[in-house]
Design a protein around this ligand. Structure first.
Ligand code: URA
Length: 245
């Protein structure tokens, strides 16, 4: 059983604003705790299975936030964007307030599976190159993909910023112009540069899988959902299996 914590602290931890502001939300009758109108911001409550309702919206309590997001095209994975709106603008404001970060970035024109969290250790574990986590990208090309291009990707291509070749760890041709390619590193524009290096081009890029975790098939573009213990276990197994732990 979790130790009880004051309601004000809980609201603050979830990203609802400063402690003073969270207190005021309670005094303004805008907070419910498991369906009951809260009266006292100092009330100590347990967080196990806690459902808050803040200003009419239900909010599951999560000590750390782990979410999966289906990224649409033309959004940047950055808080300070340059040319396009931020993916964070598509998420509830408390996520931004509590400092959620993308677990590895996708280009503004790449779509698909994006993990987002405020757990620094998790972000590090999922992004460090040492862990060799495979990421699967579905690549649509303007020109037909040839067997020799696939062989080249699997045998390794040298990109202009590093003499060390980078490899596709798996390639599966899905149609004449669509290739599912797995890579384990996360170099800058890696997939686009690898495709250019073998004489083709990326028209559309969509990430479908990280480790053994697939994008949920019912998660529409622009939508997010919480990751629960089973999802996190699966993600963590992807890391442990591949790094030989
Ligand atoms: N490789 C790219 O070129 N772009 C991405 O967004 C991800 C991988």
């Amino acid at each position: 059983m979790e130790k009880p914590i004051s309601l004000e602290k809980i609201l603050f931890s979830q990203g609802f604003g400063t402690r003073r502001y969270c207190s005021d939300l309670v005094y303004a009758d805008l907070v419910k705790v498991n369906g009951e109108l809260a009266q006292d911001p100092e009330e100590r409550i347990t967080t196990d299975g806690l459902i808050l309702n803040v200003d009419g919206k239900d909010w599951e309590y999560h000590e750390k936030a782990y979410i999966v997001f289906n990224k649409p095209v033309n959004y940047e994975c950055s808080h300070k964007t340059t040319h396009h709106p931020s993916v964070y603008s598509l998420l509830p404001a408390p996520f931004v307030e509590r400092g959620l970060q993308c677990v590895g970035r996708l280009d503004y024109d790449t779509t698909g599976l994006l993990l987002i969290s405020d757990d620094g250790q998790f972000i590090h574990k999922m992004t460090t190159p040492k862990k060799n986590i495979g990421k699967v990208y579905e690549i649509t090309t303007p020109d037909p993909i040839t067997t020799s291009q696939i062989d080249h990707l699997l045998n390794g291509v040298v990109l202009d910023d590093d003499p060390k070749p980078c490899f596709a760890s798996a390639c599966k041709q899905l149609s004449e112009n669509v290739l599912a390619m797995t890579i384990v590193e996360g170099r800058y524009h890696q997939v686009k540069r690898m495709m250019a290096a073998v004489g083709n081009h990326v028209a559309k890029l969509h990430r479908t899988q990280i480790g053994t975790y697939h994008m949920p098939s019912d998660l529409a573009e622009g939508q997010w959902r919480w990751l629960y213990a089973d999802d996190l276990k699966q993600l963590s197994q992807s890391v442990d299996t591949l790094s030989g732990k």
